[in-house]
Design a protein around this ligand. Structure first.
Ligand code: FES
Length: 158
């Protein structure tokens, strides 16, 4: 298969890479762009660990061909906050104890971010629905839901 040069816009940075046509967005992010914050979980669209935002909408990057994400605005966890400057959603996850092994956290945070962007005052039900594609084997979800409620409060008072 012949590689093609594609242009990716990730976290407002432009990258050009020669990419084989069968590669997924997840593979390109992790292996070609070095953005390993996006996690590979089931690699089958079941767990949500690989969630990124494409044009602001949460998508499973393991199910999307990189070619289909070219030239569109992509947001990964690296674009949400940095270790020295956490986003308030990330801070709320830490403060609520919503991070245990952390494997689900980047995807959870991106799904939460998309929810809060479109609905700044979500109910618990709204949060459960928005995060329903993101599985967590550690926390039992209660702390994650509390963290999203907390960050909604913080963001709406900001
Ligand atoms: Fe371990 Fe969610 S914190 S899977």
């Amino acid at each position: 298969l012949i590689s093609k040069e594609l242009r990716f816009i990730v976290n407002k940075i432009e990258y050009k890479r020669f990419v084989a046509p069968h590669l997924t967005l997840l593979e390109v992010l992790r292996n070609h762009l070095g953005l390993t914050g996006t996690k590979e979980g089931c690699d089958g669209g079941e767990c949500g660990a690989c969630t990124v935002l494409l044009g602001g909408i949460p998508v499973l990057s393991c199910l999307i061909l990189a070619e289909d994400a070219a030239n569109k605005e992509i947001t990964t966890i690296e674009g949400i906050g940095t270790p020295h400057q956490l986003h308030s959603i990330q801070e709320a996850f830490l403060n609520e104890g919503a991070v245990q092994c952390g494997f689900c956290t980047p995807g959870m945070i991106l799904s939460a971010r998309a929810l809060l962007d479109r609905n700044p005052e979500p109910t618990e039900e709204d949060i459960k629905e928005a995060l329903s594609g993101n599985l967590c084997r550690c926390t039992g979800y209660t702390k994650i839901i509390r963290a999203v409620l907390r960050s909604a409060k913080i963001l709406s008072n900001a």
